[in-house]
Design a protein around this ligand. Sequence first.
Ligand SMILES: [Zn+2]
Length: 326
Amino acid sequence: MLLAFVLSCDRQNATPVSGPAPSAPAQQAQEAKLLEPAGPSMKIDPTRAWQYVKDIVAIGPRWDGGSGQKKIGEYLHRQLKNDPVEEDAFVAETPAGKIPIRNIVAKFPGTKEGIIVLGSHIDTNYPLRNTSFAGANDGGSSTALLLAIADQLRGRKLEGYSVWLAFLDGEESIASATPGDIRWSDRDSLYGSRHLSEKWEKDGTNKRIKAFLLADMIGDKDLDIFRDGNSTPWLEDVILQAAQRLGYQSYFFSTQTTVTDDHMSFAQFGVPVADVVDLNYGYNNAYHHTTQDTLDKISPKSMQIAGDVILETIRLLNAGAGPNPN
Ligand SMILES: [Zn+2]
C-alpha cells in the first residue's frame, strides 16, 4: 500500500492525535463507550500465529505469477481444509502482461443477518521478485493472523454476524516497489480486492457487509497502528474502543495519515472499512519493501495485540456498535 500524504510516514512529521479523534463527535464516542461487547471473549493463540508466519515466510517470495503464489494458495487451502472456502480466481491485465490472481475466502456463519469481513493480502512485492524478499511483515504477518483468527472461529457457534476471512491476492503494484512511487496507480495495484469487491457489488454481498477490517503490516515489533483518514471514522472509533477495553490503546492511533490499501476497493461501494496498519516499519519505515522485512523484525506479541483488538471489535459490532450507537 502507499501513503497519500507521504510526509506523515515520518513519525516526527506525523500529526499527533490525542483524545477522541476530531472526526468523532464527542457525544457519539461517549454513547459508544456504554456498549458491552456481545458473546464470549475471543483471543488468538500467539504461538499458533507465529508458527503460521514462519511457515509462510518459509515458502519464500510469493509474488503473483511465481511458484510461491501457488504454494501460498495450497498452504491456505490445507489450513482451511475443514472450513467452507470459496475462490475468486481471474487473470489480471498488468504492466507485466497477464497474471493469474487468486483470492481465497473462508466463511464462518453467524446467527445474525450481516457479515464482517476480515482481509489481508497474501502476495509479496512483485518488483522485488528476484531478491530474497519474503514479506515477513508485509503480507506474511496479517495472513498468519487471519489463520490464527480462523482457529478461534472454527467449531464455535457464532452468535453474531457471520465472519468471512478474505485472503486477497494482487495487492502490490507490479510496476513500483516503492510506496509513493509515481508508477503506483489505481489500475496497477489492489488487483484482488478490486475484483472481489466488484463481484460482491454485483451479487449484492457488499450491502450485507457491516464492516470490512483489513490488517496489514501488523507484525512490527514496534507496533504503532495508524489512524487512517481513508477508513470509516465510526469504525476507527470502535477499534479504538476495543483497544481501550483490552488495555492496548497505546499501540493505536498516535499517528494519523491516509493510507491506500485493499480497504479502498470496498469503500468505493459504501462498505464501512478500516485498515489496521502500521506503516512505520523500522526507523522512518526503513524495512518496508526491502529485504530487511524478515522474521526478526516482527513479534508474536504484536500479532496478538492486533488480533485480539480485531476480535474485540467484532464483539462490539455484534453488540450494535455502528454509526448511530443505541
Ligand atoms: Zn507491500
